[in-house]
Design a protein around this ligand. Structure first.
Ligand code: C2O
Ligand code: CU
Length: 470
C-alpha cells in the first residue's frame, strides 16, 4: 500500500490539469440523473457504500455464437466483451479477480492514472497463475471512457475476448438522454469456425492480426437500438482490435466529438469521419433532428466497403432537440521542459521472422527514460518503417502537437508509416510505466518498454520484478 498522502495528493494534481473551472463540491450538488450505459451489461456492485464499487471478475473459457459457429473464446464473467464497470470519479474501485484460465494473466485498466502497482503491468505485478486470485483496489481519478484488458499474452487473450468497458462519470458530466458504449473489434476464424492461432500467418508479425470480420460488442452483424427524434445521446467508442485502425462515420444524425482518451473536450467539434487507432476512445454527441434510420458504420478495408455496426431506429415525434449546455473545461497549457525521441523500426529474426525495436532494442530491459515527477516532455515518435503503430503510454496523458485535427488529451496516438509524430506528455504520476505499441503482435515481438517517473517527494520507484519476461 502507498502512503495515504499519495492517494489524496493525486486527485488534487488532476484538478489542476483537467477540472472544469466551476466545481461545486459533490455534496452541494443535486443528484444528477445520468442515464445507464447501453452496451455490455454492468457487473454487480456488491458494496452498499455509494463511494465504493466492489465487483467480482473471473476470466474463463466461454463459448460465443458467431455466424452460426460455437466459438471457444475467453470472457470476463462469461461475457464477450466483459461487463461494464461504472464508477464515479474520486470513488474507489475494488475488483476481486479470479483467474479461471489455464494461463497466467493480469488486468490493465487502460487509460486510468492509478498507482503503478495496480496497473496490471507484469513488470510490477506477478502474473496471476491459473486458479489464482488478486484484488485490484484503487481510487479512480478522472471521468472519461476507458477499458480494461489483460497485459500478459495480450495478443492472444484480448483477441480471444478479454476486454471490457469502464466508464468513469462525474457530477459535472453533461446529462444525455442515453449513453451507449460501442466496442469496435474484428475477429479471425479458421475454416472450421475456430479462433485462429496467434501468428498463424506471416503478415501477423508485420502488421498485427487482422480479423476477417468486424465484431462489435460481441457480434458480427450490426447492433440495433431505438431512439426518439429530438433526443441527444452520448456514444463512447473504443477500438479493441489487435491491430486494425478503424475508420467510422455516423449517417442520419448530427454528430460532434465531445471527448477523447482523457475525457471531455473544452471545445467539441463536428466531424464526418473519425479514425480510431487501436486503444483510443472517442466520445460522440449524436443529435436526432429527424426520425428515421441512423447508422454507425466502419470502413472494412478487405471489402473496401462501409459496414453498419450500429443501426438506431429513430421514432418520429414533435420534440425538437435541445442544445446540451457545455461545462467549462480548462486544460492548462503546460510548457515543455524537456525533449526525447523514440525511434521505431524492425529487424529480421525471432520465431516469427520479424522483431520490433524501440530506440534500437527489442524488448528493452532498461527504461527508455527516467523523468522526475511533474516534468512535461516533448517526445518525437519517429517511425522509420512502413507499418503504422498506435503508441500507448500508461499512467499519463499527452497532447498531440502540430496536428489540429487531434485535439484533447490522449493516451494512445497513431504513428503512420515512415513519419514522425510529436507529443507533449506531462509525467505527473510517479512509478514504472509501460510504453508500447498497441498492435498487440508488435508489443509481443519487442515494442514494449517502460518509462520511469521518480516521485518528487524523493521516494524511490520499486525495482522491476526479477524475470518479469515481457
Ligand atoms: Cu491497453 Cu498497455 O495497454
Ligand atoms: Cu506497432
Amino acid at each position: 500500500m502507498k502512503p495515504l498522502a499519495r492517494w489524496f495528493s493525486f486527485p488534487a494534481a488532476l484538478v489542476l490539469l483537467v477540472a472544469p473551472a466551476c466545481s461545486p463540491s459533490a455534496a452541494e450538488e443535486p443528484a444528477r440523473a445520468l442515464p445507464e450505459v447501453w452496451g455490455p451489461a454492468a457487473a454487480v456492485d456488491e458494496n452498499p457504500d455509494p463511494h465504493v464499487v466492489e465487483v467480482r471478475l473471473e476470466a474463463t473459457s466461454t463459448t460465443v455464437d458467431i455466424d452460426g459457429e460455437h466459438v471457444e473464446m475467453f470472457g470476463y464473467n462469461g461475457m464477450v466483451p466483459g461487463p461494464l464497470l461504472r464508477v464515479r470519479a474520486g470513488d474507489e474501485l475494488v475488483v476481486h479477480f479470479h483467474n479461471g484460465l489455464t494461463q497466467p494473466t493480469t488486468i490493465h485498466w487502460h487509460g486510468l492514472r492509478i498507482p503503478a502497482e495496480m496497473d496490471g503491468s507484469p513488470r510490477i505485478q506477478a502474473p496471476i497463475e491459473p486458479g489464482g486470485d488478486f484484488t485490484y483496489r484503487f481510487v479512480v481519478p478522472e471521468a472519461g471512457s476507458y477499458w480494461y484488458h489483460p497485459h500478459v499474452r495480450a495478443h492472444e487473450q484480448v483477441e480471444a475476448g478479454l476486454y471490457a468497458p469502464l466508464v468513469v462519470w462525474d457530477e459535472r458530466d453533461p446529462v444525455y438522454d442515453a449513453e451507449r458504449y460501442v466496442m469496435l473489434d474484428d475477429i479471425l476464424l479458421d475454416a472450421k469456425g475456430r479462433l485462429e492461432e496467434p501468428f498463424s500467418s506471416p503478415p501477423d508479425a508485420m502488421f498485427g492480426r487482422y480479423g476477417d470480420r468486424l465484431f462489435t460488442n460481441g457480434q458480427t452483424g450490426a447492433l440495433v437500438a431505438e431512439a426518439t427524434r429530438g433526443t441527444v445521446e452520448r456514444w463512447r467508442l473504443v477500438n479493441t482490435a489487435n491491430a486494425r485502425t478503424m475508420l467510422v462515420k455516423v449517417e442520419g444524425a448530427r454528430v460532434r466529438v465531445i471527448g477523447t482518451d482523457g475525457g471531455l473536450l473544452p471545445e467539441p467539434y463536428a466531424v464526418d469521419e473519425i479514425t480510431i487507432a487501436v486503444g483510443q476512445r472517442f466520445d460522440l454527441e449524436v443529435t436526432y433532428d429527424t426520425g428515421g434510420e441512423v447508422t454507425l458504420s466502419s470502413f472494412f478495408t478487405d471489402d473496401k466497403a462501409w459496414k453498419p455496426v450500429l443501426d438506431v431506429a429513430v421514432a418520429e415525434s414533435e420534440r425538437e432537440a435541445r442544445a446540451i449546455p457545455w461545462p467549462e473545461i480548462v486544460v492548462p497549457e503546460r510548457a515543455s521542459d524537456g525533449s526525447a525521441s523514440i525511434v521505431i523500426d524492425a529487424v529480421q529474426g525471432g520465431e516469427h521472422g520479424a522483431q520490433w525495436r524501440l530506440n534500437g532494442q527489442v524488448h528493452p530491459e532498461e527504461p527508455l527514460f527516467t523523468f522526475p515527477e511533474g516534468r512535461t516532455v516533448t517526445i518525437t515518435l519517429d517511425n522509420k518503417i512502413g507499418p503504422e503503430h498506435p503508441f500507448h503510454l500508461h499512467g499519463q496523458f499527452f497532447h498531440v502537437l502540430d496536428d489540429p485535427s487531434q485535439p484533447g488529451l490522449k493516451d494512445t496516438v497513431l504513428v503512420p508509416g515512415f513519419s514522425k509524430v510529436t507529443i507533449l506528455a506531462s509525467f505527473d504520476n510517479p512509478g514504472r510505466w509501460m510504453a508500447h505499441c498497441h498492435i498487440l503482435e508488435h508489443s509481443e515481438l519487442g515494442m514494449m518498454s517502460e518509462i520511469v517517473v521518480t516521485p518528487k517527494d524523493g521516494g524511490e520507484v520499486e525495482a522491476p520484478r526479477a524475470g518479469h519476461g515481457h
